[in-house]
Structures are given as C-alpha cells and as structure tokens.
Design a protein around this ligand. Structure first.
Ligand SMILES: NC(=O)c1ccc[n+]([C@@H]2O[C@H](COP(=O)([O-])OP(=O)(O)OC[C@H]3O[C@@H](n4cnc5c(N)ncnc54)[C@H](O)[C@@H]3O)[C@@H](O)[C@H]2O)c1
Length: 431
C-alpha cells in the first residue's frame, strides 16, 4: 500500500520504517527540514536501537523516502498516519494544534478515498473532531478517520512495533477496518490481539494503558518510601509482588520517578479531559503529584548525608535520558535532580553515553561533562545513579572508588546489591 507518516519523530519514523519493511511504500514527512535532511543523508536524528538498520534497508529497497512536502505525501498515499506531537498545553490538556494542522492539510489535498489515522496520543473525542474538521474544510471529503494509538516504548521501539501486544483500531466504517487489517497483515499472528472498536474507546484505551503503568510506578515508590520509614526491603517486597500473576513484575521498580514524553503528559491530558466533563480524576492526580515528589526524594537523602550546604561538593550524575536506550530528555528526572543540585550551588559532573549533547544544549557551562564512566567520578563526593543504562550495572566499585573524594552512592533505581557496594567501601543509599 502507499502510506505516509506525517511527523517523523520517534513514533513516525519507527512506524514508517517498520511498515516499509513489511513491503509498503512509505513517505515520511516532517515540517522540520533539518530532520528530513539528516534522514536523506542516511543518518537518524535521534537514538533508537536497531532503527538505523531498518531505515537503511528500506531506503535501499526504495520502500522508504523522506520529504517536507506534505501535499506530495498526502496525494501519493492511500493511508496517512498522523504522528505529530501532542504536548501538554498550559492547563495540562493535550495541545492538538499539530494534529489539526495535518487534518486541514488532508482536507485540502485529499482528492480520492483515503484513511487518516491518528497515531498520536489524543484525548477521547479527537477523531470525532478531526472528522468534523475534515467535513467543515471540505464538505465532500473522501476521508475515513481512524484512531490507531501506538504502544511502543522508546529504547525497544522497533521490536515493540513489529511484535505488538495489541493493535487497537477505532473506526466507523468496515472499509477502514479492512484497510487497517491490510496495513498490519504482516504483523498479525494467530496470537495477536487486533482490537477493533469505536473511536473513543481506542483513544481512551491508550491513556488508560499509560495511566495504569504510571500508577504502578507511583504505587511501588509509595511502598518504597514507607519501607524507608518502617523497615523492610523494597527489593524483596517487589519480587514477592511480582510473583503474583495478577500483579506482574514489570513497571514495579522503586526509583526516582517516571519521566518521558508520554506518562506525565498523558496523565495530565486524561485528568484535563475528565475535568472538562466535570469529573475529578483524583487517583491520577495523586499518581502525578507523588511522582513529582519522588524526583526530589533523592535530594533529601543527599542532604541527610552531606548536610544542607552542598557548595563544596561535586556530584556525579550517571544516566540522563528519561530511561535507558534512548536519548529522549523530555521530563527526565535527571533534569530535576541536576536543577536541585545547582540551586544548592553544588558542582555537577554528568555522564550518559548518548544524551550528553542534548544536555549540553540545555546547561552549557553550568555542568561538567565526562567522556567516560571512569572520568565522571574523579574528585567526586558521590555518585547519583539516575538512569540505569546497562553500562552502570557491572561497575568495579573497588577500583572506581580509589579516584573519588568520598565513596558514596545514591542508587536512584535500586540496581545495585547494597552489600556488594558496601564491601567495596562505599556508603550506599537506595530508594
Ligand atoms: N515517543 C513515544 O515513545 C511514544 C509512544 C507512543 C505514542 N506516542 C505519541 O506519538 C505522538 C508523537 O510522539 P513522538 O515522540 O514521536 O514526537 P516527536 O516530537 O518525536 O515527533 C513529532 C514530529 O512531528 C513533527 N511535526 C509537527 N508539526 C508538523 C507538521 N505540521 N507537519 C509535519 N510534521 C510535523 C515534528 O517536527 C516532529 O518531528 C505523540 O502524541 C506521543 O504522545 C509517543
């Protein structure tokens, strides 16, 4: 099929490349000329494991092309994936201006039957608004609107997209459902759940999915904080909880809180959508505010150890992206922790194998930037592990500690065995 993905970010590029790998002819279109240029030069504008291989392979076969020309993309496609961003507006609701800009372009350029899919995460009611807008701009619009939310995770996006737990399709016409079955037919295995439903159900399902995972994280953080007060080993508690098949161990690790481009903004958007209809989504509000508190708890631990005056200490922050295997810094807990340290006039040295340049662009000369794990700790008073990249898992602390001013570690993701780290002479604080 001829497909276009409008918005060539984390979701649009993965979607486009993976669909091209299935044999479809895909045009990835973005308003950002720099991004498209980068792609046309054979480079990937962000870090996502194994994406480069898929992009290279599909470009070589002539299945994937890039453009800034939205008219060309729309005119040459039977199926148009809207993959633009839906960031938080000031009041927390989803800012849909980019989604509607694409809708207007489709209304303008679609001359024959096409399917316009919202792949971006959008609040319930958006597909209906998109349909109205299409009709308003072009009363004879030949376009079917579909809600097809995406559930991939950055860091394993290609695998997630090609091995989805579920493909959710919200549509109003049998023709649209049939086309979507064709689009995804290469992925559909006997065990795959293709969930066909109405627009609003598909839209809210995505928010429910993210809200539930975020709730699990805030829940376990709450239990970890209680363990800190009353005793009890959170790792064992977590292990035991995870053994209960009704609970499942995933998204159940205590830490410095969740960040990223999705959980915080999607929770805010769902809360706002509920509020709009007069419903106070108290549980979700609490999940968010617990998460904000959680990002700061590590500073309390630092102050407990070093006192309130951090001016004469250098702290090493390991891991900056909001989670491992991505360079995405959106709402990353590391940024909150760095800001808190800088506010207290501490010196901060950071290290992350992929997100350094983006962090440099934010902080410039306010931080020092290490080019290796070893370099990051020289003269350091303490290590703060924020993002659990694999590189930080097997560290020889006995060796590393020799070059530190003080041997203290704040393990913001509980990845270390405290006994082993203590054996290497460190003072250990977990979450
Ligand atoms: N990142 C994830 O892990 C993830 C997972 C599932 C769902 N989502 C959802 O998918 C959507 C996109 O997320 P993302 O992380 O890929 O965002 P992103 O910011 O990486 O990409 C969005 C792209 O859209 C482009 N764009 C904006 N306006 C445009 C226009 N008028 N024409 C063409 N291109 C335009 C931007 O230049 C940008 O490249 C969001 O709604 C997000 O919530 C994201």
């Amino acid at each position: 099929m001829n497909i276009s993905c409008i918005g060539t970010g984390y979701v649009g590029l993965v979607t486009g490349a993976c669909l091209a790998d299935l044999g479809h002819n895909v045009i990835c279109c973005d308003i950002d000329g720099k991004k498209i240029n980068t792609l046309q030069q054979g480079k990937i504008p962000f870090y996502e494991p194994s994406l480069k291989d898929v992009v290279e392979r599909t470009v070589r076969k002539g299945k994937l092309t890039f453009t800034t020309d939205i008219q060309k993309a729309i005119e040459n496609s039977e199926v148009i994936f809207n993959c633009v961003g839906t960031p938080s507006a000031q009041d927390g609701s989803a800012d849909l201006q980019y989604v509607f800009a694409i809708t207007e372009a489709v209304a303008r350029y679609a001359q024959n039957y096409k399917v316009l899919l919202n792949k971006s995460t959008v609040p319930p009611g958006t597909a209906r608004r998109v349909q109205h807008l299409l009709k308003e701009k072009n009363p004879h619009s030949p376009v079917d609107v579909v809600s097809n939310p995406e559930f991939l995770k950055e860091g394993s996006a290609v695998h997630d997209f090609t091995h989805p737990d579920k493909i959710v399709v919200g549509a109003q016409s049998e023709k649209a459902f049939q086309i979507l079955r064709e689009v995804y037919s290469g992925f559909i295995r006997p065990y795959l759940n293709l969930l066909e439903t109405d627009w609003e159900t598909a839209e809210i399902l995505k928010y429910a999915n993210n809200s539930f995972l975020a709730t699990k994280i805030s829940f376990i953080n709450e239990i970890a904080n209680i363990c800190d007060k009353v005793g009890g080993d959170i790792k064992t508690v977590t292990k035991g909880l995870g053994m209960d098949y009704r609970i499942n161990p995933k998204f159940l690790n205590a830490g410095v809180g969740f960040g990223g481009s999705c959980f915080p903004k999607d929770l805010r958007a769902l809360i706002a959508a509920a509020k709009d209809q007069g419903y106070d989504a108290k549980l979700l509000q609490e999940v968010l505010s617990l998460n904000e508190r959680q990002k700061k708890i590590i500073l309390q631990k630092i102050e407990q150890h070093f006192g309130k005056n951090l001016q004469y200490h250098t702290f090493t922050v390991w891991g900056l992206s909001f989670k491992p295997k991505t360079d995405d810094l959106r709402e990353a807990p590391s940024l909150v922790i760095i800001d808190l340290l800088l506010q207290r006039k501490a010196s901060v040295c950071v290290y992350d194998s992929v997100a350094m340049d983006l962090v440099k662009a934010i902080y410039g000369g306010k931080l020092s930037y290490a080019s290796s794990l070893e370099q990051s700790i020289t003269e350091s008073s303490a290590i703060i592990l924020v993002t659990e990249w694999d590189e930080f898992r097997n560290v020889n602390f006995s060796e590393l500690g020799k070059n530190m001013k003080e041997k203290v570690i704040f393990d913001g993701r509980n990845i270390y065995e405290s006994d082993q780290v203590r054996k290497a002479g460190f003072i250990y604080y977990g979450m």
